[in-house]
Ligand binder design. Structure first.
Ligand SMILES: NC(=O)c1ccc[n+]([C@@H]2O[C@H](COP(=O)([O-])OP(=O)(O)OC[C@H]3O[C@@H](n4cnc5c(N)ncnc54)[C@H](OP(=O)(O)O)[C@@H]3O)[C@@H](O)[C@H]2O)c1
Length: 342
């Protein structure tokens, strides 16, 4: 008989107040093949994509869908092609969009999107980091084309990070600061403003006011880069106005209305999407770049250049606690990250 494991899943897309929106289940423990490692999960973090995937859709499944992307844990078995890890290694990763996730005692993950967890961080602080760090790193240093080492150039450049105190913003502001950019972050409450200033922002603007006036009032006519991390439709017109000629915009959110890209033509502005699941979803040639990015993030965390964005820790990975975390994120006021530990 195969060994069993506990997990949290759902069979149909329900609102979080429905008792069946997330349920405790027992499943067979999977076996690794190819490049997969089997990880015994010790901490996870919750992301807005978990909520969107749970809520949106019509399908009803016979097998539970297991959500969860961020995880920290220990390698307990390895597939025959694994070369990067050994049994016993403590690892962290953000997983894949199209595989069962980390709301589970054990999870299979491709070694090429995994790295050793930062030594100096406990499980909770490390689990806060992978998905948001990959998103922010890829958006800044791949999609916006910023060279993190070119401090001479970056010192002359300004970036506006829209949603500076959320999960992604809290690490994006730190990475932009690390690259030497002047960082303007948006936040609307005293506590989120303070958080953004403590996590790499030089100045703060209020996203519930007119961002054009807010940025102009700081003395900037334009900004060289914009990283949009909240609502592309709502912030589009402000970005069109604020972006400098030859500037670059990256967004990690979706638009519900058609985008008027023509509005960016005269300024010759580049617009680039970021989706951190692209590499694993399409098995791109640069898949293992996520292994390398997470290695670099771990080193920056261990050296104290970056700090964990953990803000709230819940003990116990089960349906009750995951419903609490989903509810908090759905309310839209989270600061940094929520983590659940074993
Ligand atoms: N494409 C990708 O790969 C990718 C990866 C990760 C996340 N995402 C998406 O990116 C978005 C952000 O994720 P997250 O985890 O950073 O979110 P989050 O942690 O849930 O963001 C919460 C923050 O949103 C801010 N906020 C509320 N209203 C806002 C507004 N009108 N404009 C700007 N900010 C506002 C709040 O700040 P105040 O309280 O100060 O108002 C709050 O601190 C989500 O839609 C998520 O699904 C995409």
């Amino acid at each position: 008989m195969s060994e069993k494991m506990n997990a949290v899943g759902f069979y149909q897309h329900l609102t979080i107040d429905d008792p069946k929106s997330l349920v405790d289940v027992t499943l067979a423990r999977p076996t690794p093949s190819g490049h997969d490692i089997l990880v015994q999960v010790s901490a996870i973090s919750v992301n807005p994509v978990d909520i969107a995937t749970r809520k949106n859709g019509e399908d009803v499944t016979k097998k539970p869908r297991i959500l969860g992307f961020d995880a920290v844990g220990t390698v307990v078995k390895i597939g025959p092609d694994v070369s990067l890890f050994n049994i016993g290694d403590r690892v962290y990763y953000a997983g894949s969009f199209n595989r069962p996730g980390s709301y589970s005692d054990f999870e299979l993950v491709d070694e090429r999107i995994v790295a050793l967890a930062p030594d100096k961080l406990d499980d909770a602080h490390a689990a806060a980091m992978p998905l948001t760090s990959l998103t922010a790193w890829e958006a800044l240093f791949e999609q916006l084309g910023i060279d993190p080492k070119d401090h001479d150039l970056n010192h002359e450049k300004t970036i506006l990070v829209i949603n500076g105190a959320g999960g992604v913003g809290s690490i994006a502001t730190q990475l932009a600061h690390y690259a030497g950019l002047h960082v303007i972050a948006s936040a609307s409450r005293p506590e989120t403003k303070e958080w953004a200033l403590q996590h790499g922002a030089n100045e703060v603007v209020d996203h519930h006011r007119d961002l054009i006036n807010e940025v102009h009032n700081l003395g900037y006519q334009n900004v060289d880069y914009i990283l949009e991390l909240n609502n592309l439709d709502n912030h589009w017109d402000e970005m069109v106005e604020l972006i400098a000629p030859n500037g670059k915009i990256s967004s990690i959110t979706s638009n519900q209305k058609p985008l008027n890209l023509t509005a960016l033509k005269r300024k010759r502005v580049t617009f680039a999407w970021e989706w951190m699941f692209t590499k694993a979803f399409y098995q791109t040639d640069d898949l293992s770049s996520q292994h390398e990015i997470l290695q670099r993030i771990a080193a920056l965390l261990d050296s104290g250049i970056l700090r964990s964005t953990l803000n709230q820790k819940i003990s116990g990975i089960n349906a009750t606690n995951l419903k609490k975390a989903h509810t908090m994120i759905e309310e839209g006021h989270t600061i940094g990250k929520i983590v659940l530990t074993k």
